[in-house]
Write a protein that binds this ligand. Sequence first.
Ligand code: SIN
Length: 312
Amino acid sequence: MTNISLESRLGNQVFPNLMTNASGVMCISGEELDKMLESNAGGIITKSATTNYRPGNPTPRQQLLELGSINSMGIPNEGLDFYLKFVLDHQNNEKPIILSVSGLSVEENKELFTQIQSSNFNGLIELNLSCPNVVGKPQVGYDFPTIKEELDTVFSVCDKQIGVKLPPYFDFFQFDQVAEILNQFPIAYVNTINSIGNGMAVDLKNESAYIKPKGGFGGIGGEFIKPIALSNVRAFRKRLNPEIQIIGTGGIKNGSDVFEHVLCGADIVQIGTELWREGTGVFDRLADELKIIMEEKGYTKLSDFRGKLKEL
Ligand code: SIN
């Protein structure tokens, strides 16, 4: 299968294969990021950064489930200086590194993007508008005027390549309105979807919630969420300007899931729950499985089938 390529381009970055971690998994500490560097992932994304170190929510705050996961991490991170240094130190690696940013207010994002603008970083920056787990803060991605305000603000201080991480949407009016806002900006890509916010998982044996923050409510990831992830990839691919690319995130467990994300329109994909469950060997397994499917179908590159989902 040496003639099958999984290479993909996102903005100005070439990913030797289309798979990276999903932000939050294997990307908070320097040790985890180093493991990602050593892995066969095609790229890396850092944990969403705030201005300062954040310890995050009280533990237990994450739990693997039979069909996925629940988490309410609360954006534990080392602060922007740490992640900006990491991406600058590895700027010319073969593996692109996306710098994720999640200020807790428009003003904080303005300062964070001003700092990134004044650095030499020339890769992709992701504005996370979709964390469901910060106590007392609603998800910006469900507040459409604030999405516009955030984008007006960061693009007014930063002319680098910026992507946006979105929450899942569930209705066509949401797809239409969000796409209409995003199409007004020179966005490099959208990353869809973040976890499905405020789910509940119950520990039957102990008759309790699995996680402590917010009384047990948390973001749901993994197999549970694949149909919603695919619908969001597809819905945005059909609505966004063609130059806005797409990262497909959600529910990838097997090579066939990667294939489906690309068929719906994903340019690259991210793996969260399954990376957590399986470790970095997941990238090798998924690549092998995807190549077998592509070979069976006579495809040699991702563009042979990207976005080509047949509608009946
Ligand atoms: C978290 O840190 O709580 C998760 C971040 C996110 O979902 O964006």
